[in-house]
Each structure stands twice: as C-alpha cells, then as structure tokens.
Design a protein around this ligand. Sequence first.
Ligand SMILES: Cc1ncc(COP(=O)(O)O)c(C=O)c1O
Length: 389
Amino acid sequence: MAFRIFLSPPNLFGNERKYVDDAFDSNWIAPYGPHLKGFEEETAQYVGVESALACSSGTAAIHLALHWFGVGPGDYVFCSDFTFAGSCNPILYLGATPVFIDSEPFTWNMSSVALEKAFRWAEKEGKLPKAIIIVDLYGESADWDRLLPICRKYGVPVIEDAAEALGATYKGRKCGSFGDVGILSFNGNKIITTSGGGMVLSNNMEALARMRFLSTQAREPVVWYEHKEYGYNYRMSNVSAAIGRGQLETLAKKLLIRRAIHDRYARELADLPLRIKQEYRPGANYWLTCLSIEDETMSPIKLVSILQNAGIESRPVWKPMHMQPVFQSCKAFSHHDRHMEDETIFNHAICLPSGDGMSREEQDLVVEVLYSAFDGEKHYGEQSRKSIF
Ligand SMILES: Cc1ncc(COP(=O)(O)O)c(C=O)c1O
C-alpha cells in the first residue's frame, strides 16, 4: 500500500524557492557562490561555533573529520553503536576499525559506563582510539557532562555526530558545538534539508581549512591543476545551499511544530502500553518521536506493519551496528554486565511520523490506528479535525 503519511518528509514553506531562483538568475549554479558562504555563516552562528564547511552529505563530513584527526589503517575509532550506518561507514573508508559503544537506557544515547569499559580495554591493548564519534540520537543530546571528561582524560578527540540534532540543546548550548568537530546532515528526512547535504562545524579554523582543501580534490592554490595528495569531491553546491538558507530561517517554527506533535502523541497515547523516549532529557529538537512498546504481545515489526496497512509510514529504530553483518567482527562494549542495552531497545521501539508538515487529521489517524493495534478505541470527530494544535 502506498503511504499517505510519511515519517519525516521535506517541508519547505519559507524563502527556499526565492533563494534558488536567485541562484538561477545570478547563474551561481556550480559550484560555489554567495548562498554557500551565507549558509555556512548562518548555520555556524546559529549553532554557536566559529565556522562551518558545507558538504555533499553528513557522511562526507564525518569522513573529512576522521581525516583531520589522522585516522588511518589499523587505528581504532570508537563510535555510538545505536545509530545509522552513515556514522561509522567512513571509519571503514579509511581502513580503520570501529569499536562500538552501547546506549544508556531511557535516552538511548552513548553510555558513559560502556565508554569507560572500552577505554580501559584499549588502554590494556596499548592502543587508544584515534577519535570517538558520539551521536546525538533522534534529535536528543548525548550526556556531554559525563562523556566529554572521559574522552579528555584519555586525550582522544571527539566528533559530535549531530546529524539528527540541529536545533537541539544540552543545558542551553546547541548540539553540534560539543565535539572538537561537529557534523550535521541535511538529507531529505532531516529537520531541515538541502535535498542532500551535510556540514562540518568547528572552532578550529586550521581544521576547517584542511577539510575544505580535502573536500575540493586537494587542489593546490596555484593557477594550474596541481595535486600533491588525493582529495574528495565533497563540497555542497550553491543551489543546495540556497535551499538550506531558506530552511534555516524556518527552523524555529519547525521546532515548535515537531514539539507540538510530540506533546500531542504523549498526551493522546498515555493510556497505551507505550513509553516515549523524548521525555527523559530536556532540549530535544523532536526530530522523530520514538516510543518503546511495553506489551510483550506486540513487536515493532507488527506495529510498523499495522500502521503501514493504514497508509502510515513508521520505522523500527536503528538496528545497532554490532548486529549488522558488515560489522560482525567488530568489538562492542555494553552498558550492562551481560547484555547490550541497545538490543533491547531495537527489539521494542519504533519511530512515529513526525514531519512538521503533518496535519492534525493525519495525527488523529496515527493515534486511532495505534489504539486499534492495542484493541483500544479512539475516534476523533470532525471538530477535532478542523481545529489546529
Ligand atoms: C546519526 C546519523 N549520522 C550520519 C548520517 C549521515 O548523513 P547523510 O545521510 O547526510 O550522509 C545520518 C543520516 O542520514 C544520521 O542519522
């Protein structure tokens, strides 16, 4: 069945078209131009870092960051286990070995307990990781006050993967500004999109200059094409950046709408055996509302398929990296003594449609279908459908 309601589709309602038209009218189509510079400056200012480098994807941004920290063949890189593969695939591009770190219960972000275990193991091995990638998962910040001191103690630099967390905060400070380098993603399902794209964020201008150089084929600054090392074609185009600028202007509104959708789910689903993730740490951007099923007769796959039959797209949460065939041989450190917390999360949780273009009627339908899935009843009348949040 075709979906009527998508998980997190793009929603463009600001100046995006105007800025793209401007790129066309001024013939700044490829590759650099004023929108690219503007998008970088405005995003850096929004997040609260010195500067930014717009890239073709979030994955490319992580690849560049790993490069900057000198990751190469034979090195270890620690990484959140409960994430999308884009977080850790670049470790393999560089011939290094990922070591996965489990989640803490409730927020599902990296566990400081598991991280300590991994560092103690690496120390015994006599080989500390070259870098550590910490994810702000599903738009909710990692526990930086716990995690950063551990990384500092061992002197290992941090890449903050804030791909899902633009606009989220931790104790008043924006996600993307906690790592030595932060990254964002602007792919089609993120809170703001450039159709596809990403960004490196940092206060370290030397790091950004080096990554900028690598992202443009490592071309030496001379008139002819001169290359002393190889690079990548990882820059964002001026047209994509024009979309991004328009999207960034609407971010405050998107945050309010996504939060309202989350709050409504939390209110309306309170009678069902479901527990909502974002209730545990303030400052989320509510990119996706995620919930754990607390009913052993219902599985995530079953619930996703019930919603799908009603034309609603939902998703099981990320399948942990240590469970992926491609990362089978990699080590993983657990939060608990005997089991990985994120396996439990994976076996119980799903993401609900959370797009900021969702109508109230669409939310009604999601809630009604969830009630029927647990043999309950909820019917919203016409009146509800006419009102706004
Ligand atoms: C946590 C996380 N890291 C990295 C990425 C990779 O970003 P991109 O798809 O822009 O390459 C994504 C999203 O796709 C993500 O959700």
